[in-house]
Design a protein around this ligand. Sequence first.
Ligand code: CTP
Ligand code: MG
Length: 211
Amino acid sequence: MQGVILVAAGAGERFGGPKVFAALEGRPLLEWAALPFYDFPDRVVVIREEDRALVTLKDWKIVRGGARRRDSVRAGLDALDPQTEIVLVHDAARPLVSQALVERVARAARAGGAAVPVVPVRDTIKRVEGDAIVQTLQRSELRAAQTPQGFRVELLRKAHAASDRDASDDALLVEDLGAPVAAVAGDPRNIKVTTPADLAVARALMEAPGR
Ligand code: CTP
Ligand code: MG
């Protein structure tokens, strides 16, 4: 059985408030982000307790998140049906996720245990110390990681149990175990809304045909 954990329990500090309830074309980001997952039998959305009244998703288990993103994912894992074998973890702040991407990630997670959608980086990435550039990374080797990230539930649970480090994505904890994580083609349209300007970008992308 397939499950999804939709994480929506962030404070949205860089946005200036709980962004997952901000409207895009008349619907909250959370609703857009949930759309390609309605055919998953096991659906969990993780929110802040104070936002409970704002959740409009139908027939999702609603659980309370934690201080760090990984704590929210952990709360979601604890709410999954014991029959669920594959889970996709998705940021509610990514409203442009497509059905095709969801299927690619789920297929790769079933095949190899863990899968992350990635896109090439556009900028040259440099390492800095203070205000000095100390290294320029080889752009052709770099990718930006998106969500949904897919895992065998057992593997993600083990990764969570093995480490309490903070993690900006789920795959990092699985990588720490030394387990293989497959990179699948991400989608350049699948941006994360981080700042108010990103909401304008998301609106434009929603109206733009194809890629
Ligand atoms: N998230 C969560 N629980 C947390 C932190 C983040 O469920 N404790 C979720 C957010 O709601 C978001 C996703 O993880 O859907 C990606 O996190 P991010 O973009 O960093 O969102 P926020 O943490 O809300 O924003 P900020 O870091 O600016 O406060
Ligand atoms: Mg955050």
